[in-house]
Design a protein around this ligand. Sequence first.
Ligand SMILES: *[C@@H]1O[C@H](CO)[C@@H](O)[C@H](O)[C@H]1NC(C)=O
Ligand SMILES: *[C@@H]1O[C@H](CO)[C@@H](O)[C@H](O)[C@H]1NC(C)=O
Length: 446
Amino acid sequence: MLSAALLSLLVLLARAQAQPIVSGAAWADTSGNPIQAHGAGILKVGSTFYWLGEDKSLNSALFHAVSCYSSPDLVHWTRQNDALTPLAGTIISSSDIVERPKVVYNQKNAEYVMWFHSDTSSYGAAMVGVATAQTPCGPYTYKSSFKPLGADSRDESVFQDDDAAHTAYLLYASDNNQNFKIAQLDADYYNVTAVTSELTAATLEAPGIVKRDGDYFLIASHTSGWAPNPNKWFSASSLAGPWSAQQDIAPAATRTWYSQNAFDLPLAAAGASVYMGDRWRPDLLGSSRYVWYPLDFASGAPALVHADVWTVDVAAGTYAVASGTSYEAESGVRGGTSTILSSSIFSGGEAVGYLGHGGTVTINNVQGTGGAHWVALYFANGDSTYRNVTVSVNGGAATLVDQPDTGGQAVLSVPVQLSLKSGANSITFGAGQTNYAADLDRIVVY
Ligand SMILES: *[C@@H]1O[C@H](CO)[C@@H](O)[C@H](O)[C@H]1NC(C)=O
Ligand SMILES: *[C@@H]1O[C@H](CO)[C@@H](O)[C@H](O)[C@H]1NC(C)=O
């Protein structure tokens, strides 16, 4: 029989192993470096996941590298060699655009084929690029960039069907981003052969498709540059359509919880998928965050599950959302010029505004277990740019937390990892900063 001490140690170990997914946090790879893989494409080979994406570490939209990371669990990512790097004298040089790399395995040729958005710095070329490799991370050999069937292609993805021939399709924003198209690839996956479906005047980009119970679900955003918008879903029983009318995958006012679709990864044949989105930050592109949430089909329609902290079990194909304890900001002790704001968008109808620039609020009696806790700050920022807030625990050194704009009609959350002592803690917001922080609705401690 296990002693109580050993049992609690095992519980602690189990908890330590179930590393959560915390969207909006700064994600690091297994070497501790920031994960640079925006506009993600995910490939599964055996039991290993590969994440290819745009390395934006130079804070530029121009092509630096298509990075490649591997993971057994979608949480711990190890950086491998770069899959694709600039080629001087071609349209994939370091002064061009390479975005949204997606890789599919071509069984006929025993070859990995990467498709990407290939463009000039003005986005005037509107092409797809193709590259091939013998291994998931390559490095890939560049073949060419071209306009599929002579038409524009900007944001794109590739969907591989589960039919015997492994037929694959290019999903792309075409005709100056007005018409959205799905075109079948040839048997080599080097070119497209014909348009399978066209959503005329749909103005969609950032596409992905998941297949579930024989139905196809297209997830895509509309076009608003780097700024977020309410991403949509459409369904059809055939890739040729007809496609259902668009519906939101998340409450519209949240603008997809401030994110844009990059990839949608099915977890298990009948289970949920993982929505993998980008929280673009155009003035600091390398600090754009990843927003990954369960995309649940329990209601029959895909819906994002807003989960500050959650875990995924890739073997079982399941996910679990952590529950936290909520503390209302308006119940805290206000200091300086901070004031109570009333709005139906806030939980309890109230938030604390005018934080920073002399205004503070301290939330007392925040229960900790001794150690690191994820704390989600629920806030509203009606500006068109980011704000930030200082967070200090029990009078200690402040941590600065970025607060994206929320568009006025939504409350969003951003995570911060804080060390809380066992028992009651006091957390102060807005002290020692000259700029205004966002309005604080509440915090949730996990
Ligand atoms: C793709 O196929 C079209 C014919 O449909 C052809 O004109 C074009 O050259 C091909 N492109 C490449 C890169 O092979
Ligand atoms: C904090 O936000 C203000 C805008 O409210 C901005 O001017 C400042 O640069 C930000 N500070 C940091 C360190 O990002």
